[in-house]
Ligand binder design. Structure first.
Ligand SMILES: NC(=O)c1ccc[n+]([C@@H]2O[C@H](COP(=O)([O-])OP(=O)(O)OC[C@H]3O[C@@H](n4cnc5c(N)ncnc54)[C@H](OP(=O)(O)O)[C@@H]3O)[C@@H](O)[C@H]2O)c1
Length: 272
């Protein structure tokens, strides 16, 4: 496939007029994806639960980059949310050729947090909705022989950390799903990437517990969202199916996955 280099960082297939749809676009990595794609002239569909921040961002992107931006509210933990989003894009004739499944949050403790409904909703947000969005939006991409999908996972999905029975396992599923889809459809012009960031400055750690955790951590473990997004977009165009963003994490993750290191982690009860 011939790719048109539209920026030094990544490329978009020439002649495609489709939109990029970004979930979790009201903050953090999602908002950064919208900025970098808009800077390259891509029209967008933003979705999340909070409409205020998305409308403000949409106005900024239209003014700064002259791109078309639509805002659709959706709670991705609700059953049927991906199907409803897909229908809305069809009714409004918003052709999506670039999907970014980015919405996500910290999870409740599978064992300690009582009441299955919360866990069910969390699994819908982190796993079911990602699969359902691929199910809804990928067939048209495959038919057109052109499409891009980034599923935002995490290094937590590449590791097994003591005490993480919710977040990490959901991200492991996202990685496995993305790799399977990537190998099946790359030759048909549809690239799928599981992007695995390490600790990144966003609103993700805004809760009291995670703010406290962040305060106690060395600054060098943290990356800015623009670096993570730029590396992700570049890795996608290189045809990668799984990419760990940040040089530090690319060095660290293989070491942490060694059986010896895993044993030490279990022995000393270190939480990653
Ligand atoms: N920050 C990190 O250190 C880090 C590291 C690895 C991976 N990640 C992953 O990166 C992705 C983005 O997170 P972030 O760091 O950018 O966090 P963030 O700043 O808190 O943004 C999370 C986004 O997800 C949306 N969201 C949360 N729950 C939702 C729901 N039920 N329905 C629809 N949208 C929902 C939020 O929008 P609304 O609240 O408006 O709905 C927000 O736009 C997540 O998948 C996260 O797991 C983050």
């Amino acid at each position: 496939m011939i790719l048109l280099q539209v920026s030094a960082e990544y490329a978009i297939v020439p002649g495609t007029m489709g939109r990029a749809l970004i979930t979790g676009a009201s903050a953090g990595l999602g908002a950064e994806f919208t900025r970098q794609l808009a800077a390259d002239g891509k029209d967008l569909v933003l979705t999340a639960r909070r409409v205020g921040p998305m409308e403000a961002l949409a106005a900024e992107l239209r003014d700064t980059y002259g791109v078309e931006v639509d805002v659709l509210t959706a709670d991705m933990s609700e059953p049927g949310a991906p199907g409803r989003l897909f229908e809305q894009t069809r009714q409004q004739r918003l052709d999506v050729d670039f999907l970014i499944n980015n919405a996500g949050s910290e999870g409740p403790d599978l064992i300690q947090s009582r009441g299955w409904d919360r866990h069910d909703a969390y699994i819908r947000l982190m796993m079911t909705s990602v699969a359902a969005m691929c199910h809804e939006f990928m067939p048209a991409m495959i038919e057109n022989g052109n499409g891009r999908v980034i599923n935002v996972a995490s290094v937590a999905g590449q590791l097994s950390a003591p005490g993480d029975y919710s977040y990490g396992p959901t991200k492991a599923y996202v990685i496995a799903l993305s790799k399977a889809l990537a190998s099946a459809y790359r030759d048909q012009g549809v690239y799928v990437l599981a992007l695995c960031p390490g600790f990144t400055h966003t609103d993700f750690h805004a809760s009291e517990r995670l703010t406290e955790m962040k305060r106690g951590m060395p600054r060098w473990l943290w990356y800015d969202a623009d670096v993570v997004v730029r590396e992700g977009l570049t890795a996608l165009e290189k045809g990668k199916s799984e990419y760990t963003s940040g040089r530090l994490y690319r060095l660290l993750v293989p070491v942490l996955r060694l059986r010896f290191t895993q044993g030490l982690i279990r022995l000393f009860g270190v939480k990653i």
